[in-house]
Design a protein around this ligand. Structure first.
Ligand code: MRU
Length: 365
């Protein structure tokens, strides 16, 4: 996507073909800073500290992290240890495990001398496939938006509510939930996005809003609790969110607060869609609420917020008494019954075992 007239992806191989470059997402929307990763530890730190975040981008970063690690150490044991370290960085988004396991499947059978070049090739493929996958999600999601638009009065925009950031910054390019939004804008369909701020880290306010400003797409930011009210008043036509892990039965784990939006959508008859690549489905898990590990992050994310003051200085300020304890579950699970449909790179299906198996028959029983 374009940033100040220049095309960017969220991760890329540096010009020297060795280092890996990312955008430090903890500094957006106030600073646009590119960071170069050269060592495995820098990749694990970028994932854990959320310089990169979003399920597909975490996977892509981990794939390149293994390339960097292979420059530091060789041997299958070392490779497997690096894989363990990367997978442990964030427990919920399954794309991380998916990408690392794919890299291991590619690398372990090879001789030592061939591994490094093969690793860079495979990580590059993971990135290219992610871009193509998300473009396809955009095309399928566009059909939904077009259908809603055709039912609107002339000149009226389709109002789409999204939670967290599932735009290009969360993937290698295009995004998942925002890919249909970008496709609709490109097709000339008038759209307007309601952006949930997404406490505690405010990915909606800092990342989704930044993406939409850059793309010139009309939007408004709202506090997380406002969505239900807007739905009651007919101001939301469609919800589209991303997901960090979707079970084989269609339960959807996504950023904390997604479940409440799905409940409000169901109560108000608003279609609630989830956009995802096949790599986000965890075929080994059935019951999302009981089986998906939910990342618990530091309570400082709840007790403090980061922002820019009027002098342009980035500051972190406390918002609660110093003695107040907090909890910080980073994700929640929306049961399949509340999800209208899943928008994948292979088409749209019901959020159910049958729906997913219909699109991914190779996953067997
Ligand atoms: O904690 P984050 O910022 O990594 O969480 C991101 C989300 O929850 C996204 O909605 C999800 O990863 C889908 S991204 C295409």
């Amino acid at each position: 996507m374009q940033v100040n007239g220049q095309a960017y992806r969220s991760i890329w191989l540096a010009a020297d073909g060795v280092g890996v470059e990312i955008i430090d997402q903890t500094r957006l929307p106030f600073r646009f800073e590119v960071v170069r990763l050269e060592r495995l530890e820098e990749a694990t730190s970028a994932i854990s500290r959320m310089l990169v975040r979003g399920a597909p981008l975490i996977g892509a970063t981990a794939a390149y992290g293994l390339c960097l690690g292979l420059r530091q150490a060789t041997g299958s044991q070392a490779l497997e240890e690096m894989a363990r370290q990367l997978i442990a960085c964030r427990p919920t988004a399954v794309n991380l495990r998916w990408a690392v396991e794919r890299m291991l499947r590619c690398l372990l059978p090879l001789s030592e001398e061939r591994r490094l070049a093969a690793a860079y090739r495979e990580a590059g493929r993971i990135c290219e496939e992610d871009v193509a996958t998300n473009e396809a999600i955009g095309r399928h999601g566009l059909s939904l938006i077009r259908e809603l638009w055709q039912r609107k009065k002339a000149g009226e925009a389709v109002n789409i509510l999204t939670h967290c950031n599932a735009g290009w910054l969360a993937t290698v390019d295009w995004g998942t939930a925002l890919a249909p939004v970008y496709a609709a804008a490109a097709a000339g369909i008038p759209i307007h996005v309601w952006v949930d701020e997404t406490r505690p880290r405010n990915q909606g306010a800092s990342l989704t809003a930044w993406e939409l400003v850059a793309a010139g797409i009309p939007h408004h930011l709202l506090v997380d609790n406002a969505g239900g009210h807007l739905m009651q008043h007919g101001r939301v036509d469609l919800c589209i969110v991303g997901t960090d892990r979707t079970t084989a039965s269609g339960d959807v784990c996504n950023k904390i607060g997604t479940y409440l939006k799905a409940l409000a959508a169901r109560d108000n008859g608003v279609p609630f869609y989830v956009a995802l690549p096949g790599s986000t489905v965890d075929w080994t898990v059935d019951d999302g609420v009981m089986e998906i590990p939910i990342e618990e992050r530091g309570t400082e994310e709840v007790l403090r917020v980061q922002g820019e003051d009027d002098s342009g200085t980035l500051r972190i300020v406390a918002i609660a008494p110093a003695a107040t304890p907090a909890v910080n579950p980073a994700f929640d699970v929306t049961p399949a019954r509340l999800v209208t449909g899943l928008i994948t790179e292979r088409g749209i299906c019901p959020a159910s075992r049958e729906g997913l198996r219909g699109l991914y028959p190779e996953q067997g029983q």
